[in-house]
Design a protein around this ligand. Structure first.
Ligand SMILES: Nc1nc2c(ncn2[C@@H]2O[C@H](COP(=O)(O)OP(=O)(O)OP(=O)(O)O)[C@@H](O)[C@H]2O)c(=O)[nH]1
Ligand SMILES: [Mg+2]
Length: 214
C-alpha cells in the first residue's frame, strides 16, 4: 500500500533497497541492454526504458495475485504495525470487493487497544455502505472475531474483513493475541499492511508476522 512520502532531505527521497537487489537489477538491465540490436522503430533511450520497466515489474512480483474468495464467508485478516493503514485498507478493500465483484462484505473491528478504533472503522464503513459488526460490551478481540464469523456464517456474508490492532512483532502478548484471532477466524487470506516507505525492515517484520500466523 502506498502512502506518505518521507523525505530525508530537501527534494531527496530516501532509498532503502537492499544492495543485492540493486546489484542484481543493474546487472540484468546491463545484460539485456548491451549488445541488443537497435530497433529502427525505437530510439535507443526508449529501448533502455522498456528494459528497465520490464525488470522493475519483474522485481515487484511480475504477475498480479488474486485473493482467494472461494469460501462463504471468505475471511481476510489484516495485520501489521501501528499506523500502517490497516483500518483504511479494510474499508478500501471492502468497497473494492463490493463494487468490482458484487460481494456482500462485513467489516469486523478487532482493535480493542486503541480508543475509538472501532468507531473509526464504523465511520469508514458508513461512508462506503459497508456494515460493521460491533457486539456491544464485548471487549475481548478474540471473542469479537469469533462472534463476527458466527454471524457471517449465519447470515451468509460473502466476505468478512478483520481489522486488527497495530503491533510490533516483538510484543509477545499482542502477537499471541493475533495468533489466537487467526485460530478462531481461519482466514483465507492474511494481508500484512505496510507503509510503502517502511524500507528493508518490512521484510523482517512481515516474516515475523507470517511465522506467528501460520
Ligand atoms: N496518504 C495516505 N494515507 C493513508 C493511507 N492509508 C492510511 N493512511 C493514513 O494513515 C493514518 C493511519 O491509517 P490507519 O488506517 O488508521 O492505520 P492503522 O494501521 O489502522 O493504524 P492502527 O490501527 O493505529 O495501528 C491515517 O491518518 C490514514 O488516513 C494511504 O494509502 N495513503
Ligand atoms: Mg487501525
Amino acid at each position: 500500500m502506498t502512502k506518505r512520502s518521507r523525505r530525508s532531505g530537501p527534494g531527496l527521497l530516501e532509498a532503502d533497497v537492499h544492495l543485492d537487489v540493486v546489484k542484481g537489477f543493474t546487472q540484468r538491465v546491463r545484460e539485456k541492454a548491451v549488445g541488443q540490436e537497435v530497433l529502427t522503430a525505437f530510439a535507443p533511450a526508449q529501448q533502455v526504458l522498456k528494459i528497465v520497466q520490464a525488470e522493475l515489474v519483474g522485481l515487484l512480483g511480475g504477475s498480479a495475485a488474486t485473493l482467494n474468495l472461494k469460501r462463504r464467508p471468505s475471511v481476510i485478516l489484516l495485520v501489521g504495525l501501528q499506523g500502517s493503514g490497516k483500518t483504511t485498507t479494510a474499508a478500501k478493500l471492502g468497497l473494492h470487493l463490493k463494487k468490482k465483484l458484487g460481494k456482500q462484505v462485513l467489516l469486523v473491528p478487532a482493535d480493542v487497544h486503541r480508543p475509538a478504533a472501532t468507531e473509526q472503522l464504523r465511520t469508514l464503513g458508513k461512508e462506503n455502505g459497508l456494515p460493521c459488526f460491533d457486539p456491544k460490551g464485548e471487549t475481548d478481540a478474540v471473542a469479537r472475531v469469533k462472534a463476527a464469523i458466527k454471524e457471517a456464517k449465519l447470515f451468509g456474508w460473502d466476505v468478512a474483513i478483520v481489522d486488527t490492532a497495530g503491533r510490533l512483532h516483538v510484543d509477545e502478548s499482542l502477537m499471541a493475541e493475533v495468533a489466537r484471532i487467526r485460530e478462531v477466524c481461519e482466514p483465507d487470506e492474511i494481508l500484512f499492511v505496510a507503509d510503502a516507505m517502511t524500507g528493508q525492515d518490512a521484510a523482517l517484520s512481515a516474516r515475523a508476522f507470517s511465522e506467528r500466523s501460520r
